[in-house]
Design a protein around this ligand. Structure first.
Ligand code: PGA
Ligand code: ZN
Length: 412
């Protein structure tokens, strides 16, 4: 048994130096568990609300003292005395306390910090690793990491429209090998950039944030770096993209900086199909904007048989938006970010709906992260095929990869 006795919430910093929440639950038997929540930059308009103080005198309005107050009063009163193992009950109480469509009363960040802390604490009570607590005994799949090595868009101060260029080491026999390959490619890429007098400073997710001639040039660099690492860009390591196109969708057109005339949906899909024809692409995320359903239908019809067509801002981890996507054949893969929706139960419901409909799941970090590695266990616990958690540099990204390395080692 383990009964919730008290909760402590703290205002800590994320990887961009912006405040976020760390919440700790203490049980009557002295067992404690905690969780810290991440924060996005290219957030979808349909995401649940991230509550902040908006007090300009502190942290430029980004403080989370209001959230801490809510946790210490309203939330503690409602869940004190409950069995920590009853995650569904705890989450449904949190949802009832908020009772808004987009979590605007208590904030998805507030709810998620409590929800994930509850799961971490319950795993300890059950003497289980978190991924086993989440998924039971049939959880032994280590994911393909989508490793972000070139940053653009809202994550870097450079000229790339495409937000993320990632390595997808699909041919690696183990997770360990996948990480080694990506690290070796990362350093070969660094050498190549240096020798071309390109900057090797990094962006928010740890990938290089250099300026490039156009959106294709990073792909050429990646091919060279993969080959320089004695790997095949077809069989061993392909390339994944997050276009994050909602960021440059204005007045129903895609406004890429390098292109004079903005693209309509058809042209945008042709632009991406062309990239898939010319390069060894593994997946494309948010190739169309969050409400361009016609564009998505066309994109998926063109590419679903050759690559993973991934919805992030499109689905925002919301099972209702995913259901609409399934009905409309809009994508074959969903990106899962727990803080887009607010509780672990809702996240797991969305993953279940995806699995029932043969939609692949990618568990994902946010561009503002902490050292918390809950998503690594969530990925293994839900047998998700892929994880997206940034570059192989920066500890807030490596912490997820390092946790997966430990899980793999302990299972062999
Ligand atoms: P975000 O970016 O965390 O800034 O939203 C990640 C993504 O778009 O996948
Ligand atoms: Zn995205």
């Amino acid at each position: 048994m383990g009964i919730i006795e008290s909760i402590k919430a703290y205002e800590i910093l994320d990887s961009r130096g912006v405040p976020t929440l760390l919440t700790e639950i203490v049980l009557d038997n002295g067992i404690k568990g905690s969780a810290a929540v991440p924060s996005g930059a290219s957030t979808g308009i349909h995401e649940a609300l991230e509550l902040r103080d908006n007090d300009k005198k502190r942290y430029n309005g980004k403080g989370v003292l209001k959230n801490i107050e809510l946790i210490n009063s309203l939330i503690l009163d409602a869940i004190q005395g409950l069995d920590i193992r009853d995650q569904k009950n705890i989450d449904s109480i949190l949802l009832r306390l908020d009772a808004t469509k987009n979590k605007s009363k208590l904030g998805a960040n507030t709810l998620l910090s409590v929800s994930l802390a509850a799961a971490n604490t319950a795993a300890k009570v059950n003497n289980l690793e978190l991924y086993q607590y989440i998924g039971g005994i049939n959880t032994n799949l280590l994911p393909i990491p989508l490793v972000n090595v070139i940053n653009g868009g809202a994550h870097a101060n450079n000229n790339l429209d495409i937000q993320e260029y990632m390595l997808a080491p699909l041919g690696a026999k183990t997770f360990n090998e996948a990480i080694r390959w990506c690290s070796e490619i990362f350093f070969n890429l660094k050498e190549l950039l240096k020798s071309n007098n390109y900057s090797t400073s990094v962006g928010d997710e740890g990938g290089f944030a250099s300026n490039f001639k156009n959106n294709y040039e990073p792909l050429e660099f990646l091919l060279k770096a993969i080959r320089k690492s004695k790997l095949s860009p077809e069989k061993d390591v392909r390339i994944s993209l997050d276009v994050a196109s909602s960021e440059f969708y204005k007045q129903n057109k895609y406004k890429l900086t390098a292109v004079q005339k903005p693209f309509d949906s058809q042209k945008m899909v042709s632009f991406l199909s062309d990239i898939v024809k010319k390069y060894p692409i593994f997946s494309i995320e948010d190739g169309c904007a969050e409400d361009d359903w016609q564009g998505w239908k066309y994109l998926n019809s063109q590419l679903k048989n050759s690559i993973f067509v991934v919805g992030d801002d499109l689905f925002v981890t919301d099972k209702n938006r995913l259901a609409k996507g399934i009905k409309n054949n809009a994508a074959n893969t969903i990106l899962v970010k727990p803080n887009q929706i607010g509780t672990l139960t809702e996240t797991l419901d969305t993953i279940s709906l995806a699995k029932e409909n043969n939609i692949e799941t990618i568990i994902s970090h946010r561009s503002g992260e902490t050292e918390d590695n809950f998503i690594a266990d969530l990925c293994v616990g839900t047998n998700s095929k892929m994880i997206k958690t940034g570059s192989v540099t920066r500890s807030e990204r490596c912490s997820k990869y390092n946790r997966l390395l430990v899980i793999e080692r302990n299972n062999n």
